[in-house]
Design a binder for this molecule. Structure first.
Ligand SMILES: [Zn+2]
Length: 476
């Protein structure tokens, strides 16, 4: 179905385990095992071969399935509006990677007194039994439960490697501002910033120092400072979010730990950012370990009925793309910075409240459609409210596919068309259309993958300034 879009540029305006408890709710217990470290080392060369610059401008839609635990009478459990509010924050945090998490089906309710009143622990028989009985394939499964000992936990690096493939969230931590984004971070291969899986990380970033170990120790990332294990109130000021101690590492250097990092144990409300190294590891994991995540299954499912979304007050930073989507209305109060892209997609109404503004050079796309569409805006070259763009209907089928797949698009007018297929390393595999003009109406192109290795491929459709992408999964 074609959708009218009003587009305008605003010019003037793994394994899991127990560790630290803090004064807030008990933290997430994810600890990295030797098996995971071995896996990461064995796949390191393949990960590094992925050229992330090929993927940074694509909108990556990640399908999420919520499983809500209630009692035997179907009472209790978290509300979908609470989950959706938390998803808004998650999407804000992953916007630098153009990753958009979408709740693409109605929630699955698990009505069980045993699970509801007594909870379960990571790796328990109860948890694994519940998860396997309810898993939906090719999406991120998230189980929401009360009465858990931890705020949440997740398994990684992949379903194929380790079988377990889900996130557990404690209802009382869903809206603390950071745990949900933190667990997705684990899901995409991030360790805690204080991890000691590869040894205790030293402070120095001087590559000539004998103390330099940041690329293997700690979380294996040198752009996250060494972290002695933070704790809200214990060594982080809950008001200023500053580190309050002077602890030193094994080489006698004083820590300046990352108190605002999402993967730390800082105060929940202080944890707002990922480093570029973390973002790159997330995107690599998404492309390499989680290629089976398939947002196309979201397209035909119903979204949450009568959902009203309030955008958060956080600015949308330069260089990021974010999408807000709701089945009823959206109220926006945020600032879109110069060079940021924001998409607001509601079925009935979008209200720009006091506090909303878009700086010169920002792009704001308002779509009256609601859940289910998949789009990526292009750069705007015009000014003012000026352009009526028709979204091009675009699909690939079958998907997943085993030998050939059909790429179908429908044009409102005769237009030059580019259709290119990339592999998961970002290499161009096929150019099925190279700027030839196609007439208005429906067109089909055939992609023959008989000689290609199995894996994830990306089909990019470019028409005028509009770029759309679809992931295609080749399986045999
Ligand atoms: Zn954690």
């Amino acid at each position: 179905m074609k959708t009218k879009i009003i587009q305008f540029l605003i010019l003037t305006f793994l394994f899991v385990y127990v560790e630290n408890l803090t004064a807030q709710n008990n933290e997430c217990p994810v600890l990295v095992t030797q098996t995971q470290i071995d896996y990461m080392q064995a796949t390191q060369a393949a990960r590094e071969a992925i050229d992330l610059s090929n993927f940074s401008n694509m909108l990556h839609t990640i399908p999420v399935q919520a499983h809500i635990i209630r009692n035997n009478n179907g009472v209790g459990g978290i509300s979908m509006s609470e989950i959706e509010a938390a998803m808004v924050i998650v999407n804000q945090r992953y916007a630098p990677n153009n990753m958009f998490f979408e709740m693409c089906a109605a929630p699955n309710y698990i009505d069980s007194d045993a699970l509801y009143y007594f909870g379960f622990g990571p790796n328990s028989t109860t948890e694994v039994g519940m998860a396997i009985a309810n898993q939906v394939a090719n999406v991120v499964n998230v189980y929401f439960a009360p009465n858990l000992s931890y705020c949440g936990w997740a398994y990684f690096p992949s379903a194929q490697a380790f079988g377990r493939d889900w996130i557990v969230m404690n209802n009382i931590c869903v809206n603390n501002g950071s745990t949900f984004a933190h667990e997705f971070g684990h899901y995409f291969n991030l360790y805690h910033t204080h991890s000691t899986a590869g040894g205790a990380e030293n402070v120095t970033r001087n590559g000539n120092s004998s103390c330099h170990n940041c690329s293997t120790a700690g979380d294996g990332l040198c752009d996250t400072p060494a972290d002695p294990v933070l704790g809200c109130f214990a060594n982080v000021n809950s008001v200023t979010c500053n580190y309050t101690r002077n602890a030193t590492d094994n080489c006698g250097q004083t820590y300046t730990p990352p108190t605002t990092n999402i993967m730390s144990y800082s105060c929940k409300h202080c944890r707002t950012d990922f480093t570029q190294g973390q973002l790159d590891r997330i995107l690599t994991s998404y492309l390499y370990d989680r290629a089976y995540l398939d947002a196309s299954i979201c397209a035909n499912t119903s979204c949450i009925a009568n959902h009203n979304l309030q955008s958060p007050n956080d600015d949308i930073s330069t260089g990021t793309t974010i999408k807000y989507e709701a089945s009823n209305t959206i109220t926006a109060t945020n600032i879109i910075q110069n060079g940021a892209d924001a998409i607001y997609d509601a079925a009935n109404e979008i209200t720009l409240n006091a506090g909303f503004s878009a700086e010169s050079g920002a792009t704001a796309l308002m779509v009256i459609e609601g859940c289910g569409g998949v789009y990526k805006t292009s750069e705007n070259t015009n000014s003012g409210i000026n352009e009526l763009v028709e979204e091009i209907a675009f699909q690939t089928y079958p998907n997943p596919f085993s030998s050939t797949s059909t790429i179908e698009f429908e044009l409102p007018t005769a237009t030059a068309v580019y259709v290119q297929i990339y592999n998961s390393s970002g290499q161009l595999i096929a150019a099925l259309a190279n700027g030839e003009t196609y007439n208005s109406g429906k067109h089909q192109l055939n992609f023959d993958a008989n000689d290609l290795p199995i894996g994830m491929y990306i089909c990019q459709l470019k028409i005028n300034n509009e770029v759309q992408t679809k992931k295609m999964l080749l399986m045999r």
